[in-house]
Design a protein around this ligand. Structure first.
Ligand SMILES: [Zn+2]
Length: 561
């Protein structure tokens, strides 16, 4: 039905001038900032005005001053760099929060130190509680050998232990935990998993991928209070680092329930897009929701799938064997046994309008997923689906074009490049390493990037991600000019992929991702200008202030990890 013309006339004659005279004033104006807006129509600005949870003006100090009213708060940014808030496209948010309180094994530099920290924590662990987390990394030891249960059994006789490798694709369980899970010498390797064994065939305690699930199954589920505490820790950590949105890969439903609870209480200070496991596809299909369902603070409508394991655990799935393990070319995940099982789930999810986000690391795993995406497009026709491959680490040469043709997004984590870059070439050789974390090649093929960290696999700090993308300087200091430097991104490209790129990856590029009038006021003020300083110094930049929807969620010196 059309509006009657007299109504239109009424608006034009009487309301028009009223609006012009009493334009609403901004709640907050930030002036004297160096703003990189990530909006190509106005890339640089001095000031921004916020009303409610939205940006209402971006421009020069004088332009934005027009929004000043008697109650407007004005912040003088003293020439500091202001950017859109970071949107981490791939996190394990509740695990990350839990890990902040768990035993820290990642920087344990030797098996002895690893055992010492576990002993210390076991002494403080209640007898019905498990000792979990850790994020250990044996590549930092000399020699780099997997830990075994013998290392920790004598100090954990009364405590169940299942500490994970930092990539999440392997755990070390002690004898008590193995016993409860029923894992003994005759236990066969499950599909998509490996029970690491000694020369006599006895389990060493190291369990890869699906084999770790045998232990995970017997760990008591965390209580509501524990889970909420972890998520609150994660929210606080994100705010301190300028992360204003996260995309939570494979959350438990209980995590989503807690997000909702916090949202009701006005305490959800990071925007969440949650992608539950594709093994549970029927649930989202049943309720009939589609990609990007929900509000600006909390949305679902995506599915997270696993095609393979990880490079560090030698479970990423390749066409050719590993250089250092000639009998091994990795593993397809349990969900890919058989591949038709994955195809059916993907077809079902896509028919229902759900977004597919698939973890694929090895070249053969990535190719296989691209094959499946191609089949789905053939069956269901073209559409704006924004399929993603999570990690997209080791590319076959001819798959870059296939990414572009299918409009698949590469959801990548640059910190992994400077971490794995220490040893990756030894595992896959020079040729395959040249197409590893190939961020520049993706851009050259017009493939969109979404940046993230994979926290708690890597640190959540966006400054480390930018540093990694821009320098590609491996953590061991051996590649100061960059590991495969031709794949470096510029700071502007990395910031764009971490803001607009990630927003696009969750169907939110019209709502956030740039400092643009009309968008949500998610912003971060930095201690130093990442666009001007020497790239090597980016990792030391701190977050002075974080705003989410115009609300200050962090103020201070900023966390440094
Ligand atoms: Zn992940």
């Amino acid at each position: 039905m059309k509006s009657p013309s007299w109504l239109l006339l009424f608006f034009l004659t009487s309301l028009g001038p009223v609006f012009a005279q009493s334009k609403p004033a901004a709640d907050l104006i930030i002036r004297n900032a160096r703003i990189w807006t990530v909006d190509p129509s106005r890339p640089e600005a001095e000031a921004v005005a916020i009303l409610g949870d939205r940006i209402v003006a971006v421009g020069s100090n004088a332009e934005v001053d027009a929004w000043r009213g008697p109650a407007t708060r004005v912040l003088d940014a003293a020439g500091k760099r202001l950017l859109p808030g970071f949107n981490d496209a791939h996190v394990h948010f509740a695990d990350g929060g839990a890990q902040l309180d768990n035993v820290q094994l990642n920087d344990a530099a030797s098996p002895q130190e690893f055992a010492r920290r576990i002993a210390e924590r076991a002494a403080k662990t209640a007898k019905d509680e498990w000792l979990l987390g850790g994020d250990w990394d044996e590549t930092k030891w000399n020699p780099a050998q997997l830990p075994t249960k013998e290392l920790i059994d004598p100090i954990t006789a009364k405590t169940h232990v299942a500490v994970n490798r930092y990539d999440g694709h392997m755990i070390l369980a002690n004898s008590l935990a193995l016993k409860l899970a029923g894992i003994t010498a005759p236990t066969p390797d499950p599909a998509g998993g490996v029970i690491v064994r000694d020369a006599q065939g006895n389990p060493t305690g190291a369990l890869k991928d699906a084999a770790a699930d045998l232990v995970y199954k017997v760990i008591p589920a965390s209580t509501h209070a524990q889970r909420r505490h972890s998520i609150e820790r994660a929210l606080e950590h994100a705010a301190s680092l300028g992360v204003t949105s996260v995309q939570h890969m494979n959350p438990d439903y209980a995590d989503i329930a807690i997000y909702n609870e916090l949202l009701d209480e006005g305490k959800l200070t990071t925007r969440i897009y949650a992608a539950p496991l594709i093994t549970q596809v029927d649930d989202q299909v049943k309720i009939g929701i589609r990609r990007g369902f929900g509000g600006p603070n909390l949305r679902i409508g995506a599915l997270k799938a696993y095609a393979d394991g990880s490079l560090g655990s030698a479970t990423a799935y390749f066409f050719e064997p590993f250089v250092d393990q000639p009998a091994n070319r990795g593993l397809l995940s349990e969900e890919m046994h058989p591949i038709s099982l994955m195809r059916d789930r993907m077809m079902k999810g896509d028919s229902a309008g759900l977004q597919l986000c698939t973890h694929a690391i090895g070249d053969a795993a990535i190719s296989t997923i691209l094959d499946l995406y191609t089949e789905i497009e053939k069956a269901h026709g073209p559409g704006d689906r924004r399929w993603r491959i999570e990690h997209a680490q080791h590319m076959a040469a001819n798959d870059f074009d296939r990414f572009a043709e299918l409009h698949v997004l590469a959801s990548v984590q640059p910190f992994h490049a400077i971490d794995d870059g220490r040893w990756a070439e030894g595992r896959i050789g020079h040729d395959r390493a040249s197409r590893t974390y190939a961020f520049r090649t993706f851009l050259d093929h017009s493939v969109r990037l979404a940046l993230g960290t994979d926290w708690n696999v890597a640190p959540l700090n966006p400054m480390l991600t930018l540093y990694a993308a821009v320098t590609r300087a491996t953590l061991d200091g051996k590649n100061p000019q960059g590991w495969f430097p031709e794949q470096k991104l510029t700071v502007k490209e990395a910031v764009e992929a971490y803001t607009m790129g990630s927003a696009y990856a969750e169907f939110q590029e019209k709502e956030k991702g740039s400092i643009t009038a009309g968008k949500l006021a998610d912003m971060v003020l930095l201690s130093d200008d990442v666009l001007q300083i020497e790239p090597a110094k980016i990792r030391d930049v701190r977050v002075l202030k974080t705003w989410v929807g115009g609300k200050l969620t962090h103020e201070g010196e900023g966390a440094r990890q």
